[in-house]
Design a binder for this molecule. Structure first.
Ligand code: MD3
Ligand code: FE
Length: 207
């Protein structure tokens, strides 16, 4: 483990290549049950460049009329989210140092030109639990800011198999994905990456 800064822990290569492949198999069935959708921004309705789905009891979503929120059902199929793969529950139990299991796993799919602007994760009612993030596929240039948008930020790469936990004083820091580094993509045999890209899983407590 490497605690980079208070509350920020980066576990490089936590999932080895075999575990990444096993996790991708699990995600293929999650996506078969809960296809990717394109969220839209509150008020403007502008689409995100990242496509999303979820697993676990609750899922994060956003649309023009009702904004950012958690829901128990897929916005297009109306079906409950599929269960969280055991491998993810195990990673949370090993790393999160929190007595309760995660309630939501947001699955972000980045095509090679997708990005995510600087933001805070504050749609949860409880900030006492950490957030656990798993990266798969192409590397990205990740930006970690401070408690205020105007604070300085640092940039580092997130690679396939890396796990990042953000807790305590880091829980409300600004962060975003500047861009993918598609030339740095592992050869992972999954139809999810047939056109390249990156997947990030974000495990959270919500209530
Ligand atoms: C730092 N996802 O879904 S995960 C998101 O790579 C999101 O898809 C990014 O930000 C992605 O909300 C980054 C790493 C991450 C997640 C939560 C954080 C970093 C964080 C919360 C506080 C500080
Ligand atoms: Fe975020």
């Amino acid at each position: 483990m490497a605690e980079m800064e208070p509350g920020v822990r980066l576990y490089r290569g936590y999932f080895d290549e075999a575990a990444q492949t096993a996790l991708l198999r699990e995600l293929e069935s999650v996506i078969a049950a809960a296809p990717f959708f394109t969220p839209t921004m509150p008020r403007t309705g502008q689409p995100f460049s990242v496509r999303m789905t979820n697993c676990g009891p609750l899922g994060w979503l956003s649309d023009q009329s009702r904004g950012y929120r958690y829901e128990a059902r897929h916005p297009e199929t109306g079906a409950p989210w599929p269960p969280m793969p055991q491998m993810l529950l195990d990673a949370w139990a090993a790393l999160a140092e929190h007595p309760h299991p995660p309630q939501a796993c947001l699955v972000n799919f980045y095509a090679p030109d997708a990005r995510m602007g600087l933001h805070q994760d504050r749609d949860e009612a409880d900030f006492s639990a950490p957030i656990l993030s798993v990266s798969l596929g192409a590397d990205c240039r990740f930006r970690l800011g401070g408690a205020r948008r105007s604070d300085s930020s640092r940039v580092f790469a997130l690679s396939s198999g890396d796990v990042l936990t953000l807790g305590g004083p880091a829980r409300l820091r600004f962060h975003g994905v500047d861009r993918l580094l598609p030339e740095l993509a592992p050869k992972l045999a999954s139809p999810l990456f047939s056109a390249g890209g990156r997947i990030n899983l974000t495990l959270r407590r919500v209530t």
